[in-house]
Design a protein around this ligand. Sequence first.
Ligand code: ADP
Ligand code: MG
Length: 261
Amino acid sequence: MLLSIQDLKVSFRMGKVDGVAQRADAVKGVSFDVPENSIVALVGESGSGKSVTAMSILNLLPDNAERQGRILWQGKDLLQTALPELQTLRGKDIACVFQDPMQSLNPVFTVGAQIVEPLVKHLGLTKKQALARAEELLVEVGMPEPKRRLHAYPHEMSGGQQQRVMIAMALACEPKLLIADEPTTALDVTIQRQILELVGKLKDKHRMSVLFISHDLGVVGEIADHVVVMRHGVIREQGPVAGIFASPQDDYTKALLACRP
Ligand code: ADP
Ligand code: MG
Protein backbone atom coordinates (compact mmCIF):
# COMPACT_ATOMS: atom_id res chain seq x y z
CA MET A 1 0.00 0.00 0.00
CA LEU A 2 1.33 3.45 -0.93
CA LEU A 3 -0.25 5.30 2.01
CA SER A 4 -2.21 3.82 4.87
CA ILE A 5 -3.74 6.07 7.50
CA GLN A 6 -4.61 4.05 10.58
CA ASP A 7 -6.71 5.31 13.48
CA LEU A 8 -5.43 8.88 13.08
CA LYS A 9 -6.41 11.25 15.87
CA VAL A 10 -5.52 14.93 15.89
CA SER A 11 -6.27 17.41 18.63
CA PHE A 12 -5.22 21.01 19.21
CA ARG A 13 -4.06 22.36 22.56
CA MET A 14 -6.07 25.51 23.14
CA GLY A 15 -4.49 27.01 26.27
CA LYS A 16 -6.02 26.94 29.73
CA VAL A 17 -9.35 28.10 31.08
CA ASP A 18 -9.49 28.41 34.90
CA GLY A 19 -6.26 26.42 35.07
CA VAL A 20 -7.71 23.52 33.08
CA ALA A 21 -5.98 22.62 29.78
CA GLN A 22 -8.36 22.84 26.84
CA ARG A 23 -8.15 20.63 23.76
CA ALA A 24 -10.14 20.53 20.56
CA ASP A 25 -10.44 17.15 18.86
CA ALA A 26 -10.41 17.70 15.10
CA VAL A 27 -9.84 14.15 13.84
CA LYS A 28 -11.15 11.29 15.95
CA GLY A 29 -9.81 7.97 14.70
CA VAL A 30 -9.72 7.97 10.92
CA SER A 31 -8.51 5.02 8.80
CA PHE A 32 -8.25 4.77 5.03
CA ASP A 33 -5.77 3.70 2.33
CA VAL A 34 -4.44 5.34 -0.81
CA PRO A 35 -3.39 2.57 -3.23
CA GLU A 36 -0.88 3.13 -6.04
CA ASN A 37 -2.13 4.88 -9.18
CA SER A 38 -5.50 5.79 -7.70
CA ILE A 39 -7.46 8.90 -6.81
CA VAL A 40 -8.95 8.92 -3.33
CA ALA A 41 -11.37 11.78 -2.65
CA LEU A 42 -11.97 13.13 0.84
CA VAL A 43 -15.35 14.85 1.02
CA GLY A 44 -17.58 16.34 3.71
CA GLU A 45 -18.81 19.70 4.91
CA SER A 46 -16.50 22.46 6.08
CA GLY A 47 -14.90 21.71 9.47
CA SER A 48 -15.04 17.91 9.01
CA GLY A 49 -11.30 17.47 9.50
CA LYS A 50 -10.31 16.93 5.85
CA SER A 51 -7.49 19.51 5.78
CA VAL A 52 -6.22 18.51 9.21
CA THR A 53 -6.04 14.89 8.01
CA ALA A 54 -4.19 15.93 4.82
CA MET A 55 -1.77 18.21 6.65
CA SER A 56 -1.01 15.48 9.20
CA ILE A 57 0.68 13.40 6.53
CA LEU A 58 3.77 15.61 6.20
CA ASN A 59 3.35 17.21 9.63
CA LEU A 60 2.37 20.61 8.22
CA LEU A 61 0.11 21.36 11.19
CA PRO A 62 0.79 24.18 13.67
CA ASP A 63 2.79 23.44 16.82
CA ASN A 64 -0.25 23.10 19.07
CA ALA A 65 -1.42 19.99 17.18
CA GLU A 66 -0.99 16.49 18.62
CA ARG A 67 -1.23 13.47 16.35
CA GLN A 68 -1.79 9.84 17.31
CA GLY A 69 -2.15 6.67 15.29
CA ARG A 70 -0.13 5.57 12.27
CA ILE A 71 0.49 7.11 8.87
CA LEU A 72 2.29 4.43 6.89
CA TRP A 73 4.09 5.62 3.76
CA GLN A 74 5.14 2.50 1.87
CA GLY A 75 5.18 0.82 5.28
CA LYS A 76 7.16 3.50 7.16
CA ASP A 77 5.35 5.39 9.93
CA LEU A 78 5.55 9.12 9.17
CA LEU A 79 4.41 9.96 12.69
CA GLN A 80 7.76 8.57 13.86
CA THR A 81 9.81 10.21 11.09
CA ALA A 82 12.11 13.18 11.74
CA LEU A 83 11.52 16.54 10.07
CA PRO A 84 14.50 16.53 7.64
CA GLU A 85 13.33 13.22 6.17
CA LEU A 86 9.77 14.53 5.88
CA GLN A 87 11.08 17.60 4.06
CA THR A 88 12.92 15.42 1.55
CA LEU A 89 9.76 13.38 1.02
CA ARG A 90 7.82 16.59 0.43
CA GLY A 91 10.21 17.83 -2.21
CA LYS A 92 10.31 14.54 -4.03
CA ASP A 93 7.79 11.76 -3.44
CA ILE A 94 4.83 13.66 -2.01
CA ALA A 95 3.68 16.94 -3.56
CA CYS A 96 1.05 19.28 -2.15
CA VAL A 97 -1.25 21.76 -3.85
CA PHE A 98 -3.32 23.94 -1.55
CA GLN A 99 -6.22 26.29 -2.02
CA ASP A 100 -4.30 29.53 -2.24
CA PRO A 101 -1.55 29.56 -4.90
CA MET A 102 0.28 32.32 -3.08
CA GLN A 103 0.79 29.88 -0.18
CA SER A 104 3.08 27.90 -2.50
CA LEU A 105 4.35 30.40 -5.08
CA ASN A 106 7.11 32.81 -4.23
CA PRO A 107 6.23 36.33 -5.43
CA VAL A 108 9.83 37.42 -5.97
CA PHE A 109 10.91 34.62 -8.35
CA THR A 110 9.80 33.99 -11.91
CA VAL A 111 7.67 30.96 -12.62
CA GLY A 112 10.57 29.37 -14.51
CA ALA A 113 12.96 29.81 -11.59
CA GLN A 114 10.46 28.19 -9.21
CA ILE A 115 9.88 25.13 -11.38
CA VAL A 116 13.59 24.76 -12.12
CA GLU A 117 14.67 24.75 -8.47
CA PRO A 118 13.36 21.29 -7.44
CA LEU A 119 14.49 19.81 -10.76
CA VAL A 120 18.07 20.89 -10.10
CA LYS A 121 17.94 20.06 -6.40
CA HIS A 122 16.18 16.68 -6.42
CA LEU A 123 16.71 15.30 -9.91
CA GLY A 124 20.20 16.69 -10.49
CA LEU A 125 19.37 18.27 -13.87
CA THR A 126 21.53 21.07 -15.22
CA LYS A 127 19.91 24.49 -15.32
CA LYS A 128 19.48 24.26 -19.09
CA GLN A 129 17.87 20.80 -18.92
CA ALA A 130 15.64 21.97 -16.09
CA LEU A 131 14.42 25.01 -18.06
CA ALA A 132 13.53 22.81 -21.02
CA ARG A 133 11.67 20.44 -18.68
CA ALA A 134 9.89 23.39 -17.02
CA GLU A 135 8.59 24.48 -20.40
CA GLU A 136 7.35 20.93 -21.13
CA LEU A 137 5.56 20.90 -17.79
CA LEU A 138 3.81 24.19 -18.56
CA VAL A 139 2.68 22.74 -21.90
CA GLU A 140 1.41 19.65 -20.09
CA VAL A 141 -0.75 21.68 -17.69
CA GLY A 142 -2.22 23.62 -20.61
CA MET A 143 -0.55 26.97 -19.96
CA PRO A 144 -0.99 29.40 -22.85
CA GLU A 145 2.31 30.79 -24.23
CA PRO A 146 4.47 28.57 -22.00
CA LYS A 147 7.83 29.94 -23.17
CA ARG A 148 6.87 33.51 -22.31
CA ARG A 149 5.35 32.44 -18.96
CA LEU A 150 8.65 31.03 -17.77
CA HIS A 151 9.85 34.61 -17.40
CA ALA A 152 6.67 35.93 -15.77
CA TYR A 153 6.09 36.54 -12.07
CA PRO A 154 3.14 34.93 -10.26
CA HIS A 155 1.27 38.23 -9.84
CA GLU A 156 1.27 38.71 -13.61
CA MET A 157 -1.02 35.69 -14.02
CA SER A 158 -4.68 34.89 -13.46
CA GLY A 159 -5.76 32.62 -10.58
CA GLY A 160 -6.30 29.70 -12.99
CA GLN A 161 -2.83 30.18 -14.46
CA GLN A 162 -1.29 30.30 -10.98
CA GLN A 163 -3.03 27.00 -10.19
CA ARG A 164 -1.57 25.49 -13.34
CA VAL A 165 1.90 26.66 -12.31
CA MET A 166 1.40 25.04 -8.90
CA ILE A 167 0.39 21.77 -10.50
CA ALA A 168 3.39 21.97 -12.86
CA MET A 169 5.66 22.53 -9.83
CA ALA A 170 4.01 19.71 -7.95
CA LEU A 171 4.55 17.34 -10.87
CA ALA A 172 8.12 18.46 -11.58
CA CYS A 173 9.74 15.68 -9.56
CA GLU A 174 7.16 13.08 -10.63
CA PRO A 175 5.81 12.48 -7.12
CA LYS A 176 4.21 9.20 -6.16
CA LEU A 177 1.46 11.07 -4.34
CA LEU A 178 -0.17 14.43 -4.98
CA ILE A 179 -2.14 15.90 -2.09
CA ALA A 180 -4.60 18.43 -3.51
CA ASP A 181 -6.61 20.27 -0.85
CA GLU A 182 -9.49 22.09 -2.55
CA PRO A 183 -7.01 23.42 -5.09
CA THR A 184 -9.62 25.18 -7.17
CA THR A 185 -12.05 26.66 -4.66
CA ALA A 186 -11.00 30.23 -5.43
CA LEU A 187 -11.57 29.84 -9.16
CA ASP A 188 -14.57 30.14 -11.41
CA VAL A 189 -16.48 26.93 -12.06
CA THR A 190 -15.35 26.32 -15.67
CA ILE A 191 -11.68 26.69 -14.75
CA GLN A 192 -12.16 24.52 -11.64
CA ARG A 193 -13.43 21.72 -13.84
CA GLN A 194 -10.63 22.11 -16.38
CA ILE A 195 -8.00 21.87 -13.66
CA LEU A 196 -9.59 18.92 -11.88
CA GLU A 197 -9.98 17.03 -15.16
CA LEU A 198 -6.33 17.79 -15.85
CA VAL A 199 -5.38 16.21 -12.50
CA GLY A 200 -7.35 13.10 -13.50
CA LYS A 201 -5.51 12.84 -16.83
CA LEU A 202 -2.09 13.43 -15.32
CA LYS A 203 -2.67 10.67 -12.78
CA ASP A 204 -2.53 8.02 -15.49
CA LYS A 205 0.24 9.70 -17.43
CA HIS A 206 2.54 9.85 -14.38
CA ARG A 207 1.16 6.72 -12.68
CA MET A 208 0.80 8.65 -9.46
CA SER A 209 -1.88 8.66 -6.77
CA VAL A 210 -3.89 11.66 -5.68
CA LEU A 211 -5.44 12.41 -2.31
CA PHE A 212 -8.03 14.82 -3.47
CA ILE A 213 -10.07 17.03 -1.15
CA SER A 214 -13.05 18.63 -2.82
CA HIS A 215 -16.60 19.62 -2.24
CA ASP A 216 -17.43 19.26 -5.92
CA LEU A 217 -19.10 15.86 -5.85
CA GLY A 218 -19.74 16.04 -9.60
CA VAL A 219 -16.01 16.06 -10.29
CA VAL A 220 -15.34 13.51 -7.53
CA GLY A 221 -17.78 11.16 -9.29
CA GLU A 222 -15.95 11.64 -12.57
CA ILE A 223 -12.32 11.36 -11.56
CA ALA A 224 -12.01 9.58 -8.18
CA ASP A 225 -11.70 5.82 -7.71
CA HIS A 226 -12.43 5.74 -4.01
CA VAL A 227 -14.35 8.17 -1.81
CA VAL A 228 -14.05 8.80 1.94
CA VAL A 229 -16.93 10.74 3.51
CA MET A 230 -15.99 12.64 6.69
CA ARG A 231 -18.05 14.58 9.16
CA HIS A 232 -17.13 16.02 12.59
CA GLY A 233 -13.75 14.28 12.55
CA VAL A 234 -14.97 10.76 11.78
CA ILE A 235 -15.48 8.73 8.61
CA ARG A 236 -19.15 8.15 7.91
CA GLU A 237 -18.70 5.91 4.91
CA GLN A 238 -16.01 4.92 2.41
CA GLY A 239 -15.61 2.74 -0.65
CA PRO A 240 -15.39 2.69 -4.44
CA VAL A 241 -16.97 5.82 -5.90
CA ALA A 242 -19.33 3.95 -8.21
CA GLY A 243 -20.79 1.91 -5.34
CA ILE A 244 -21.18 4.80 -2.91
CA PHE A 245 -22.66 7.13 -5.50
CA ALA A 246 -25.12 4.47 -6.70
CA SER A 247 -26.23 3.30 -3.26
CA PRO A 248 -25.02 5.33 -0.28
CA GLN A 249 -25.73 3.61 3.03
CA ASP A 250 -25.11 6.46 5.43
CA ASP A 251 -27.72 9.21 5.93
CA TYR A 252 -25.11 11.97 5.80
CA THR A 253 -23.69 10.62 2.51
CA LYS A 254 -27.22 10.44 1.13
CA ALA A 255 -27.82 14.08 2.08
CA LEU A 256 -24.50 15.19 0.55
CA LEU A 257 -25.22 13.40 -2.71
CA ALA A 258 -28.73 14.81 -2.81
CA CYS A 259 -27.22 18.34 -2.87
CA ARG A 260 -25.22 17.63 -6.01
CA PRO A 261 -25.96 20.18 -8.74
P1 ADP B 1 -12.17 20.88 6.68
O1 ADP B 1 -10.89 20.91 5.92
O2 ADP B 1 -12.89 19.58 6.58
O3 ADP B 1 -13.07 22.03 6.34
P2 ADP B 1 -10.42 21.27 8.94
O4 ADP B 1 -9.63 20.03 8.84
O5 ADP B 1 -9.79 22.53 8.44
O6 ADP B 1 -11.83 21.06 8.23
O7 ADP B 1 -10.81 21.55 10.45
C1 ADP B 1 -11.31 20.53 11.30
C2 ADP B 1 -11.53 21.10 12.68
O8 ADP B 1 -10.29 21.42 13.28
C3 ADP B 1 -12.34 22.38 12.68
O9 ADP B 1 -13.24 22.32 13.76
C4 ADP B 1 -11.31 23.46 12.87
O10 ADP B 1 -11.86 24.56 13.55
C5 ADP B 1 -10.28 22.75 13.74
N1 ADP B 1 -8.94 23.33 13.52
C6 ADP B 1 -8.25 23.36 12.36
N2 ADP B 1 -7.05 23.95 12.53
C7 ADP B 1 -6.97 24.31 13.83
C8 ADP B 1 -5.99 24.96 14.65
N3 ADP B 1 -4.83 25.35 14.14
N4 ADP B 1 -6.28 25.16 15.96
C9 ADP B 1 -7.46 24.75 16.48
N5 ADP B 1 -8.42 24.13 15.78
C10 ADP B 1 -8.19 23.91 14.48
MG1 MG C 1 -10.22 22.24 4.45
